[in-house]
Write a protein that binds this ligand. Structure first.
Ligand SMILES: Cc1cc2nc3c(=O)[nH]c(=O)nc-3n(C[C@H](O)[C@H](O)[C@H](O)COP(=O)(O)OP(=O)(O)OC[C@H]3O[C@@H](n4cnc5c(N)ncnc54)[C@H](O)[C@@H]3O)c2cc1C
Length: 321
């Protein structure tokens, strides 16, 4: 087993530990590494980064950081953040709107930030909050995609997405290839008009529900990708893995998809040069851009993904500079 396979579960467990959060967020040098992955804490910083990314020919998906709230007021606060963000994005969207093709600007939502985990009526509160955001996004000409969180939320998330799609048919969602159920979900959700972002999956999941280890997850990703590419929806290929990106380009060609009928997605701060190279090859590349104060969980998942990130972080902690 690779050392990173041993560290990953510990880091992902730490991502959900309030005690670890208090410790890690107090370390001054954490900030340097956080800045590589997060656009900043304010909306102005997010809009400035968005403008740069759009100017470079890439598309954008903006995420206001926050997750796992069990506080109704906090969930409402997240809705307000998104509504303000959307009124700023409305200024950018019409100029860059692409008719019926892919929309340049998207926002990403986590239903757990909108109240899905509230002990009473969580499902309904998240649905109602997401509906308000989708209404404003539609008016702003902005796409919405609902992120995937840990497997205990998948049924509720897909059910909320199904209900929302009745009013907002362009709503997209994320499927995680590491979950054993996902091949079947890909088959169910690859019909006309669907928008599915396929990622490997970033949470700590038990072997009963998820493939473990990179080779098994990669194989599952390729199987899911084939289903989506052969389907009738719009696949969004979210991966930094050259093997997954190459497979997506090859399958798009084999299934006769035009460049407007799928896109590649990568996270802000990861493989920037490759993102720009793909744009020069006329591929649509969307950058997932998180911003906000609640960066801890997102940051820890990025550390868990790549030992080099963790090594950099640990070196920063021990460095005197
Ligand atoms: C747009 C987007 C949205 C996402 N949304 C979700 C979501 O809603 N839910 C969820 O659970 N997960 C989400 N994820 C995270 C995802 O599940 C993975 O955890 C993450 O993308 C890492 O997997 P990978 O496919 O990049 O491949 P990995 O197996 O992590 O990496 C494979 C290879 O990619 C290359 N690579 C990876 N990182 C780097 C780097 N920093 N620099 C250079 N090369 C690198 C290397 O060659 C590496 O060997 C999202 C990812 C993206 C890109």
């Amino acid at each position: 087993m690779a050392p990173s396979d041993l560290l990953r579960p510990a880091l992902l467990a730490a991502a959900r530990s309030p005690r670890m959060e208090r410790t890690v967020t107090k370390i001054p040098v954490t900030r340097n590494l956080v800045d590589r992955f997060v656009a900043g804490e304010t909306e102005d910083q997010a809009i400035a980064a968005t403008t740069d990314i759009l100017d470079s020919g890439r598309y954008i998906s903006i995420d206001h950081l926050g997750e796992d709230t069990t506080d109704l007021g906090q969930a409402s606060g997240t809705v307000s953040h998104y509504l303000t963000l959307l009124s700023s994005l409305a200024q950018l969207a019409p100029a860059t709107d692409n008719g019926n093709g892919p929309r340049n600007i998207e926002i990403s939502l986590k239903l757990s930030a909108l109240g899905q985990f509230l002990p009473r009526d969580g499902h309904d509160v998240a649905l109602e909050n997401a509906h308000k955001i989708c209404t404003a996004a539609e008016e702003a000409g902005v796409w919405v995609t609902v992120d995937a969180e840990d497997h205990t939320t998948t049924d509720s998330t897909l059910s909320i997405v199904g209900e929302l799609r009745e009013d907002f048919p362009t709503l997209g969602t994320v499927l995680q290839a590491y979950l054993k159920r996902t091949e079947a979900d890909c088959r169910d959700l690859s019909g006309p008009g669907s928008r599915i972002r396929l990622c490997k999956g970033a949470y700590k999941e038990p072997a009963s529900v998820a493939y473990q280890g990179k080779p098994a997850v990669d194989d599952a990703y390729l199987r899911c990708l084939r289903i989506l590419m052969n389907g009738q929806g719009y696949p969004m290929v979210a991966s930094h893995d050259p093997a997954m990106v190459d497979a997506a380009l090859a399958q798009a060609k084999a299934t006769g998809r035009t460049t407007d009928e799928f896109e590649i997605q990568m996270l802000h701060g990861i493989r920037d040069t490759e993102q720009l190279r793909l744009v020069t090859q006329q591929q649509h590349v969307r950058v997932y851009l998180p911003y906000g104060e609640q960066w801890y969980g997102y940051f820890m998942r990025r550390l868990a993904e790549r030992p080099a990130n963790l090594a950099f972080f640990l070196r920063s902690l021990t460095s005197k500079n």
